[in-house]
Design a protein around this ligand. Structure first.
Ligand code: DQA
Length: 144
């Protein structure tokens, strides 16, 4: 099984970025944890600050990946393009949306996700640990 893990803008700064909200784990720590918990799953772990690059990666996923885990970061709340990209491949490449923070406890602008309707489910509020939960959920959904 091959899973694409996508991380959006500013997530390259995890570890030092508002750690009270996002935790002290870096993206590299999260990747290591996911690989340790699911050694049998092939993970392609990526981060981009550019919406266009994320959209391109999603569009190229058909026929290569079995599923996507995506933290669209701030693009969650703004990007219809990302939603469309996830929907475009969603018939054979299902996605799970992940957020480190519980966005519903934060500013109102973060309460709405434009990308969640294109995903089979969403996990939020458990900081870096949520990525492993998202992977477990996605593997379960794909294996059904
Ligand atoms: C985030 C939540 C977003 O609102 C924010 O813009 C992020 C990170 C999270 O993982 O909690 O960059 O996606």
């Amino acid at each position: 099984m091959k899973i694409l893990v996508l991380n959006g803008p500013n997530l390259n700064l995890l570890g030092t970025r508002e750690p009270d909200i996002y935790g002290y784990e870096t993206l590299a720590d999260i990747e290591t944890e996911m690989k340790a918990v699911f050694p049998e799953v092939e993970l392609d772990f990526r981060q981009s600050n550019a919406e266009a690059e994320l959209i391109t990666w999603i569009g190229e996923s058909r026929g290569i990946f079995d599923g996507i885990i995506i933290n669209p970061a701030a693009l969650t709340h703004t990007s219809l393009g990302l939603c469309d990209a996830l929907k475009a491949v969603g018939d054979i490449v299902p996605s799970v949306e992940i957020h480190l923070s519980n966005t519903h406890t934060r500013e109102e602008i973060r309460h709405k996700s434009l990308t969640a309707p294109a995903c089979i489910g969403q996990i939020m509020g458990f900081q870096g640990f949520g990525y492993t939960l998202a992977l477990r959920a996605l593997v379960h959904a794909i294996s059904k």
